[in-house]
Design a protein around this ligand. Structure first.
Ligand code: PEP
Length: 258
């Protein structure tokens, strides 16, 4: 089945109220008309409402960067799925910074995925090996474990989104090669097929993330298994993010450069 590509921008802990509004408005002016690619921006919680306003009626969707697994709970500092669902459609879950800087476990990621799905949010579930794991030859094991555990017990809808993000490629300027990324993504898809059937696995959008730019996105998008990108640094500037979106659309529609 044809999978609609996704380009999602993770703004992490960047922006202020005015710059968040400006970035969203600038993207709206620049890429609202780009078709055949699902465009998502994920601002900090605090700016979700502002960005929603800037993108009202536009084709650019909004996501959060994390979600707690419960609402109406004694969970100081957290934001529950129903709260988010009032504002956004997507949520990044299990980003490597959450896993490695803030101690998020596979079980927590799974609980968040289930809570998000139950509330109608579309998770963007991140998996990926660290440099140490890669050097020790554990990449496959880590990806299989994180994929299996993240989806455990879920009945996820067609089009579910996973981002393969090798931790060593995030924010380092050292992107994986398209062949390496494609190989890892194939492995993830095979694992989903083993657990949920090939037909279901074929609907899952699996993105690559890690130092994606306007200059390397075409190479990633030229691989059939890579369904788009999760973008950090290059999502913070209108021109840089717009180029990634435009290139992704160009490669996938086979259009000649413009
Ligand atoms: C990310 O934060 O998910 C990411 C991929 O960052 P960057 O594009 O900056 O490597």
């Amino acid at each position: 089945m044809a999978r609609t590509p996704v380009i999602a921008g993770n703004w992490k802990c960047h922006m202020r109220l005015d710059s968040a509004f400006e970035l969203a408005s600038g993207l709206r002016d620049r890429i609202d008309d780009v078709q055949d690619v699902e465009k998502i921006v994920c601002p900090p919680f605090l700016y979700l409402a502002t960005v929603e306003v800037a993108l009202t009626t536009s084709s650019i969707m909004v996501g959060a960067q994390d979600v707690h697994w419960e609402d109406d709970a004694a969970a100081t500092g957290e934001v529950g799925p129903q709260m988010l669902e009032e504002l956004v459609d997507y949520v990044i879950i299990g980003h490597s910074e959450r896993r490695h800087r803030f101690g998020e476990t596979d079980e927590m990621v799974n609980t968040k995925v289930q809570a998000a799905l139950a509330t109608g949010l579309q998770p963007i579930m991140c998996v990926g090996e660290t440099l140490e794991e890669r050097q020790a030859g554990h990449t496959e094991g880590v990806l299989l474990r994180q994929t299996r555990s993240g989806l455990n017990g879920s009945e996820f809808p067609d089009g579910f989104i996973i981002a393969y993000e090798p931790v060593w490629a995030i924010g380092t300027g050292m992107a994986a090669t398209a062949d390496d990324a494609n190989g890892a993504i194939d492995l993830i898809r095979r694992e989903i097929a083993a657990g949920f059937g090939q037909a279901k696995a074929d609907t899952v959008r699996i993105l690559y993330g890690g130092s994606v730019t306007g200059d390397n996105i075409a190479e990633f998008m030229s691989r059939e298994g890579i369904d788009g990108a999760l973008v950090g640094g290059a999502s913070l500037k209108v021109d840089a993010f717009a180029k990634i979106v435009e290139e992704a659309a160009r490669v996938r529609t086979g259009a000649r450069g413009n």
